[in-house]
Design a protein around this ligand. Structure first.
Ligand SMILES: C[S@@+](CC[C@H](N)C(=O)[O-])C[C@H]1O[C@@H](n2cnc3c(N)ncnc32)[C@H](O)[C@@H]1O
Length: 253
C-alpha cells in the first residue's frame, strides 16, 4: 500500500530547483536522483492560483520506469483537462495506471480526486518503491501494486477500474499481447472501463488498428496528443505522440 506511515523517505537528499512548464532539478551526485515539478493550471497560468503541481522523483541511472517519458506528460495533461471525468464527485470508482513508472498521469488523477492504483512490473521493486516515495512527497494516498502484464497474480483480481491509464506502454511489440491481455481482462471485469493511452506513433494508425481488431476493442477517440498540451510543455516534447481512448467492442456509452 502506498504511503505507509513508516515510509522513511529522505527528500533532503535531492536538490531541487524549478523552471517553467515542467521543471527539472539539479541532479544529486550521490543518488543520481532529481525531482521534476510539473504544473497543471488553467491556460498554463500559474499566477491564477488555480491548479497544482506534482513533484516526480526521477533516477537517471535507472532505465524505463524511473524517468518521466513524454507520453506521461501528454497523458497527464489530458487527465487534467478532462478532470471532471476523474473527480470523486462523479461515478469514478477507480483509476488504475499500468506500467506507471514515475506515475505522473495517475498522480494528476489522484490530485483531482480519483481513487488511484499505480501499478508496474512486479519484477521491478525499485520502480514500485519510487512510486511510493513519489506519492509520499506529494501527500497522496494511492495504492501501489506490482502487476506484470499477462500474468494472473492475485493483485489483478483486486482491481475494478473505471479508467485504465497507460503512458508509453506500447513501445516493445513483444509486450503488446501481454499488455492487452491484462487491459482487456480488466475491461471485461469492469463494464464501462475506458483505457486511455498515449504512445509514440511510429506506424501511423496501423498499430492501433491492428490491436483493436485483435483484442475486440475500438477507439472512441484518437488524438494527436500535442493538440492537448500547452505550448510551454509541447516545446519540451519530441516525436509524434498519439492519444487513444479504447473500449471493448460491446461497450455501451
Ligand atoms: C517507457 S516506460 C513508461 C513509464 C511511464 N508510464 C512514463 O510514461 O513515464 C514503460 C513502463 O512499463 C513498465 N513495464 C514494462 N514491461 C512491463 C510488464 N511486462 N508488466 C508491467 N509493467 C511493465 C516499465 O517498468 C516502465 O515503467
Amino acid at each position: 500500500m502506498a504511503n505507509g506511515e513508516g515510509d522513511q523517505y529522505d527528500s533532503s537528499r535531492i536538490a531541487s530547483s524549478t523552471i517553467a512548464g515542467s521543471a527539472t532539478s539539479a541532479v544529486s551526485d550521490e543518488t543520481m536522483t532529481r525531482i521534476s515539478r510539473h504544473y497543471f493550471t488553467n491556460d498554463n497560468d500559474r499566477s491564477s492560483g488555480d491548479g497544482f503541481s506534482v513533484d516526480i522523483i526521477e533516477n537517471i541511472q535507472e532505465e524505463y520506469g524511473m524517468f518521466v517519458w513524454p507520453c506521461a506528460i501528454a497523458l497527464a495533461e489530458y487527465v487534467w483537462q478532462q478532470r471532471s471525468r476523474f473527480s470523486s464527485k462523479s461515478v469514478v470508482e477507480g483509476v488504475d495506471q499500468l506500467g506507471a513508472g514515475t506515475s505522473l498521469p495517475g498522480l494528476v488523477a489522484a490530485k483531482v480526486g480519483a481513487n488511484v492504483t499505480l501499478t508496474d512490473d512486479s519484477k521491478n521493486p525499485e520502480v514500485l518503491e519510487n512510486m511510493r516515495k513519489t506519492c509520499h512527497i506529494n501527500g497522496l494516498r494511492c495504492r501501489v501494486l506490482g502487476l506484470t502484464w499477462g500474468e494472473w497474480d492475485p493483485p489483478l483480481f483486486s482491481l475494478s477500474p473505471d479508467f485504465l491509464l497507460g503512458a508509453d506502454v506500447l513501445y516493445d511489440n513483444s509486450d503488446f499481447d501481454d499488455l492487452f491481455a491484462t487491459a482487456t481482462f480488466l475491461m471485461k471485469n469492469c463494464p464501462g472501463c475506458v483505457f486511455i493511452t498515449a504512445y509514440h506513433a511510429r506506424s501511423g494508425h496501423h498499430l492501433i488498428e491492428y490491436l483493436m481488431s485483435k483484442w475486440g476493442c475500438k477507439c472512441t477517440r484518437l488524438l494527436d496528443a500535442f493538440s492537448t498540451v500547452p505550448p510551454t510543455k509541447a516545446s519540451n516534447l519530441h516525436g509524434s505522440i498519439q492519444l487513444a481512448e479504447i473500449v471493448l467492442n460491446d461497450h455501451i456509452t
